[in-house]
Design a binder for this molecule. Structure first.
Ligand code: F6R
Length: 537
């Protein structure tokens, strides 16, 4: 198409099937206003009824289309004024982009509860939901706050507060480069990101391990830590529960963000730790608001400077995973684990559970993790061979106990989301309470068996599985060779303190999922039906 101004949108279907009629942008009745939207309009049914009663012709099943017709009604020669007058009637979450045929060279954008960033270029200005999309053009980014509206032309960006007053804000310069968003010789972003993990662990620890003396996050009556997150970040949060208990001696629990807000508030006021790599996950942001409403102190662990959760939570611990492009989270997960270890060690010192000396010993072991992870990466060839052997499976199980139970969940999630093989993660002791019925000779079982206090019990569980004829792939520490006699495949990971074993185990599971998906010819970086930031609740 010819022209100098425009926008596009990859729709993540919430209302109406993915189809041409439901695709953005939408036009008003006269075809002069175009609009794209990320989010959900919650009161769209009543808005649609009003518009249809006035004679508007809506052509899609989407919630979004209502807004372009409302703007049409409000339009009196100035697009931003029309949009501003419509916004108060809209309930829900949105990032909007609009243009009008007779206001050439002008884009109007607005956001509430959905992300939107503006990039300042040279003789051009841009916007997107995500910084990644802009990096090729610019590193100067203006983050739009909730409720703000911006008018973008090739030479100017004017940001307005909800009351219409002009906002003065300096752009932030992001340090991520275009190279960060390229594959650097790897077949997929996911593989590149898996291989970046030693560096990510190193940078997340950098300059952090020595400053364990901290403020009073856990003082002032906070009796426990509640970790709240979604998806892969929830698995980090669940591992975080064990990490907090072990390293900080603090009772902890993990809860799915989409469930947390529907629980009843008890009298207790835990410190609520929100784990989200993107910082834009709608359920996690809603949970942060709920936590504050309940009077809890909030702390976010996230990877994106300036993201929404960083503004919603009182404290932020940034992981330093860099840009993650593969939809399946890998390096951001290990970075989140590192954040949780750091936090737990700090709490451990704060509460007196650890002496400074003990904390130092634990941090020395943390510093050794990049090398341990590198050695798992060095065994990628062996994992690739294994993946080839089982890539035709219809179903797989992943077993772990204690701190490796969340890692079994994560191994299963990685497998199902990119290879489309049905996979279940289970606490190994639960298998006999039902799922054992599903095991056959065609159901490979991956067992995580570090030498910790669950080791003997894991042996027992492996026996139960083998007795049903299922092939067993065990992931165990180097030197643990005896197991070879009892399992079909033994993958070794280097010895690390058991509380750190999730880090080495998960890397092996990420590689297993990756090579399985590759063998099956799947779309690894963009699995079907999934999005990198889930900005709808
Ligand atoms: C799976 C995956 C998702 C995300 C989830 C939460 O590989 O990436 O399950 O973990 O959507 O995302 P964040 O961490 O951005 O809140």
């Amino acid at each position: 198409m010819e022209g100098t101004t425009g926008f596009g949108h990859t729709r993540w279907a919430t209302h109406g099937a993915p189809s041409r009629e439901n695709a953005h942008p939408f036009l008003d009745c006269q075809g002069t206003i175009a609009l794209a939207h990320n989010g959900i309009i919650e009161n769209h049914s009543s808005l649609r009824a009003e518009l249809e009663a006035k004679g508007h012709k809506l052509t899609s099943q989407t919630d979004t289309e209502t807004v372009v017709h409302m703007v049409e009604d409000a339009y009196e020669g100035n697009l931003e004024a029309a949009l501003r007058s419509v916004l108060p009637q809209i309930q829900g979450a949105y990032a909007f982009a609009l243009m009008h045929a007779s206001e050439e060279g002008k884009l109007v954008v607005a956001r509430k509860d959905s992300p939107l960033v503006v990039g300042l270029g040279t003789e051009e200005n841009l916007f997107a939901s995500d910084v990644h999309a802009l990096l090729r053009e610019t590193s100067r980014i203006l983050y739009l706050m909730d409720g703000e509206l911006a008018v973008i032309t090739p030479t100017d960006v004017d940001v307005y507060a909800p009351d219409g007053s002009l906002v003065k804000r300096e752009p932030e310069v992001v340090s991520w480069t275009v190279e960060d968003s390229e594959k650097g010789g790897f077949a997929h972003f996911m593989l590149k990101e898996i291989f970046e993990q030693p560096g990510v662990i190193h940078s997340t620890l950098l300059g952090r391990v020595s400053d364990l003396e901290s403020d009073d996050l856990l003082r002032g009556g906070t009796s426990h830590v509640k970790l709240v997150a979604c998806g892969t970040s929830f698995h980090a949060a669940l591992a975080g529960k064990y990490i907090m208990e072990e390293l900080a001696g603090v009772p902890a629990s993990a809860e799915l963000a989409s469930e947390y807000r529907y629980t009843r508030a008890s009298g207790e006021k835990p410190l609520v730790v929100l784990v989200t790599q993107s910082g834009e996950t709608a359920d996690t942001i809603a949970a942060a608001r709920e936590a504050r409403k309940r009077g809890c102190r909030t702390l976010a662990i996230t990877n994106y400077l300036g993201c929404t959760i960083a503004r919603e939570a009182e404290d932020v611990l940034y992981t330093r995973a860099g840009l993650e492009i593969g939809v399946a989270a890998t390096k951001t997960f290990t970075a989140e684990l590192m954040g949780l270890y750091l936090l737990a060690l700090r709490f451990g010192v704060d509460t007196g559970h650890l002496t400074a000396d003990e904390a130092r010993k634990w941090t020395d072991e943390l510093r050794a993790l990049p090398r341990a992870v590198q050695s798992v990466l060095d065994s990628a060839g062996e994992i690739e061979k294994l993946a080839r052997e089982y890539s035709n499976s219809r179903s797989m199980f992943f077993l772990g106990r204690n701190i490796n139970y969340p890692i079994s969940l994560e191994g299963a999630l990685k497998m199902k989301e990119i290879s489309y093989i049905h996979a279940e993660g289970y606490p190994a002791g639960e298998l006999k309470h039902g799922p054992l019925a599903l095991l056959t000779e065609e159901t490979p079982v991956v067992a995580l068996v570090p030498r910790d206090h669950t080791y003997e019990k894991m042996w027992g569980n492996i026996g139960e599985v083998s007795a049903r004829g299922s092939p067993v792939i065990a992931i165990a520490y180097e030197g643990d060779d005896e197991m070879e006699k009892y399992v079909d495949h033994l993958l070794h990971v280097p010895w690390v303190k058991p509380v750190y074993s999730p880090v080495v185990n998960v890397v092996a599971l990420q590689l297993l999922a990756y090579y399985t998906a590759r063998e099956r010819g799947c779309s690894i970086d963009k699995p079907r039906h999934l999005a990198k930031s889930v900005t709808v609740e």
